[in-house]
Design a protein around this ligand. Structure first.
Ligand SMILES: [Zn+2]
Length: 107
């Protein structure tokens, strides 16, 4: 029996959230957390689910480690590009993560 795609996707995204939570809890155990991250990446690819930005920005696509500022991640701010320069401290790979500058429009 085939299950409806929407149901399967919602279960898969719940599992991705749970796996990300486990990976964050166990970020000090590099082997375990990278296994969780590799699994959630595989899930998202298999079910063609886009990872939420929150999760996508907190994992290293190269070594599958969880990026925790000060522990496994160094952050620099590049104001001109409105982006953070993320550098994974496990494998040294770098990426740019854009951010929005809050403006006080509601006055
Ligand atoms: Zn890395």
């Amino acid at each position: 029996m085939r299950h409806p795609r929407a149901l399967v996707s919602s279960i898969a995204s719940q599992r991705i959230e749970i796996l990300f939570g486990y990976a964050m809890q166990n970020f000090e155990d590099r082997k375990l957390s990278s296994a969780y991250v590799a699994h959630l990446e595989r899930l998202s690819m298999h079910h063609r689910i886009r990872l939420p930005k929150r999760i996508n920005d907190s994992i290293c696509r190269k070594c599958h480690s969880v990026l925790v500022p000060g522990k496994t991640l160094s952050i620099r701010v590049i104001g001109k590009k409105r982006a953070f320069a993320y550098k994974c401290l496990n494998c040294g790979s770098a990426k740019l993560v854009s951010f929005e500058i809050a403006t006080n429009k509601e006055k």
